[in-house]
Design a protein around this ligand. Sequence first.
Ligand SMILES: [Zn+2]
Ligand SMILES: [Zn+2]
Length: 137
Amino acid sequence: MKSHVSLEVQCPFCMKSFMCEEHKLHSFPSIKLNVMTPTQRGTIHLCSVYECFDHVSDIEIPDKTIVEFTCPHCNKELLVKEECKICGAPMVSLTLKTGGRVNICSRKGCSNHYVAFEDLNSELLSFYEKFKYGHNH
Ligand SMILES: [Zn+2]
Ligand SMILES: [Zn+2]
């Protein structure tokens, strides 16, 4: 069985957590962010499981749209200057609670994302350790 690693992320600006306990996806707390398309504003819940792209949004986001992600606490834009290597859209950067960050592409339907750890081995190890001993919230 493949282990599922749930990433806990927070705002790089105000350091408040993005984890939403009320709305679980795949039995893990989801990542709640504000989203903005050229025509609508809403919220999105991203699955926090690494390499899972499931998400639920209260607005309709057409495929290939570049979505602006903002912090639901301080409203700062989470887009970074970096461009997606696949489609050229801006990347979105979220800070991991354990250190490092996870970058995701802001274009709907593009699956580019990666985790940038300062120290890959120890970070991944701590995720797996946590998983093994249960995820109590
Ligand atoms: Zn914030
Ligand atoms: Zn992309």
